[in-house]
Design a protein around this ligand. Structure first.
Ligand SMILES: C[S@@+](CC[C@H](N)C(=O)[O-])C[C@H]1O[C@@H](n2cnc3c(N)ncnc32)[C@H](O)[C@@H]1O
Length: 440
């Protein structure tokens, strides 16, 4: 970010400060502080190994120390920034990856322990956590050391997680947009765990997950959560189920770890998203399954034809519908840039949700939100289901590490509120498509 942008933001904050209200700031080690007694606590702890704040601060500290040592003698007592107590899992400071993880877990558990007993009982403790879970863990599916080590500490401290609030805290500057970083911070809402919580079996845990995650997911999607944040946001409702129990036991009587629970939450989330496929037309259902396996690259005609039978459609029909190309025994889905620029959904006799999403991406990328708004105005109420498909395709791309496509689907959902606002402005009473134009 440019220095002038930073200065402007700082000035805006100062302009909007409420005057006449006093505040106090005090520096203490979070692992053994008593400051939180009787207070409403909202904290933004360090994110595992994300940022070495102490090392970074060194750059400013040496200069600040010169000018401010006489004003804050305690804060600037040391020659360099103190580092030993910093809760960050940096192998170079602790000797190895394992020791760094153990240091973080121990320190974070102690820091969290200070909270449930002290914080004001009428309010939940809220914890910001903007760490992206992305590691793939062999057979166990997707899990993340950063998340499970942190959640482990929160749970060991005696908290139950009652929810997660995705919150816009970050500026989506160009750099972040292109690395698929989180668009929101996830706020974990925590309350002390009830003492007489029940023990559950793995099966009971899974049944509760399958019952509760679809409702939570629909709620998040209605709020237009960015696809890139969906998996993190689902941790909340999933962990709310896990921490409702004193423990969850597998068939051998072993306790399910936080890591295993996270894995099951991600797996259930995938299943719930896949169940939404029932809302799509046959061609789109075929395309989603094909896309999962091949993306936009070629596959065998025979495989495509066989799959089309199980989805109640045909390769020839889908070629006619304009979503794929079939030549010399090979089949591939058309990329947004290959779709016809003069597409008019009102005259499309075989309209599919697949086509809508990819035409919307083509138009959005070529002509911006107002052009996409004009297309949504033509699609009318049918457009809403396109957003659902964009979520589904984003999760496939994330799992398969197809970054450029993931970015397009994420971009479409993120622009959705503006696109639909523009669509409403363009033509509130214009002709809209009938539901019947879908081929089911
Ligand atoms: C994610 S950052 C918070 C950033 C802050 N919300 C902001 O906008 O500037 C985590 C902070 O925790 C601090 N921290 C790390 N270990 C700590 C400890 N043992 N006690 C207190 N604070 C610690 C880091 O120095 C860092 O400033």
């Amino acid at each position: 970010m440019e220095i002038f942008t930073v200065l402007r933001i700082l000035c805006e904050v100062l302009d909007n400060f409420l005057s006449g209200i006093s505040a106090e700031a005090e520096q203490q080690n979070a692992s053994n502080q008593a400051l939180s007694a009787g207070k409403v606590v909202s904290t933004d702890p360090p994110y595992y190994d994300n940022i070495g704040y102490a090392d970074l601060s060194e750059f400013f500290y040496v200069w600040l120390r010169r000018s401010l040592k006489s004003v804050y003698p305690d804060l600037f007592a040391t020659l360099a920034v103190p580092k030993a107590e910093e809760l960050v899992a940096t192998p170079h400071r602790h000797g190895s990856k394992e020791k760094a993880e153990a240091f973080f877990l121990d320190g974070m558990t102690r820091a969290m322990h200070c909270l449930p007993g002290q914080a004001h009982p009428a309010f939940p403790v809220t914890i910001y956590y903007a760490f992206k879970q992305s590691e793939s863990d062999g057979g166990e599916g997707t899990a993340s050391t950063g998340w499970d080590t942190f959640l482990d500490a929160v749970i060991r401290a005696g908290f139950a997680i009652s929810g997660t609030w995705p919150m816009r805290t970050e500026l989506t500057v160009a750099l972040k947009k292109h690395i698929g970083a989180l668009a929101s911070s996830i706020v974990l809402v925590c309350r002390p765990r009830v003492v007489d919580a029940l023990i559950a079996t793995r099966r009971e845990f899974l049944t509760a997950l399958k019952a509760e995650l679809p409702v939570a997911l629909a709620h998040l999607q209605r709020g237009n959560i960015a696809p890139v944040d969906l998996a993190q946001a689902a941790i909340g409702p999933g962990m709310a189920v896990y921490t409702r129990y004193a423990s969850v036991l597998d068939a051998e009587g072993n306790e399910l770890t936080v890591r295993q629970a996270l894995s099951l939450i991600n797996q259930t989330l995938d299943e719930v998203l896949a169940e939404q496929d029932g809302d799509f037309d046959s061609d789109t259902r075929w395309a989603v399954t094909w896309f999962d396996q091949f993306g936009f690259v070629e596959g065998d005609y025979g495989t495509a034809e066989q799959l089309s039978k199980s989805k109640n459609t045909s390769v020839g029909g889908m070629e006619e519908a304009g979503i794929l190309a079939s030549r010399a025994g090979k089949v591939r889905l058309l990329r947004p840039s290959e779709l016809p620029a003069d597409w008019d959904p009102g005259r499309d006799r075989r309209l599919t949700v697949w086509e809508m999403v990819h035409q919307l991406i083509r138009v959005l990328e070529a002509g911006g939100e107002s052009a996409a708004g004009a297309l949504v105005a033509k699609l009318g109420s049918q457009a809403e289901v396109a957003r659902e498909l964009a979520y589904r395709l984003y999760t496939i791309c994330e799992r398969k590490k197809r970054a450029p496509e993931a970015l397009s689907y994420n971009g479409l959902v993120q622009s959705w509120p503006e696109i639909t606002r523009l669509a409403r402005d363009i033509d509130k009473s214009g002709p809209q498509l009938e539901q019947a134009s879908f081929v089911r």
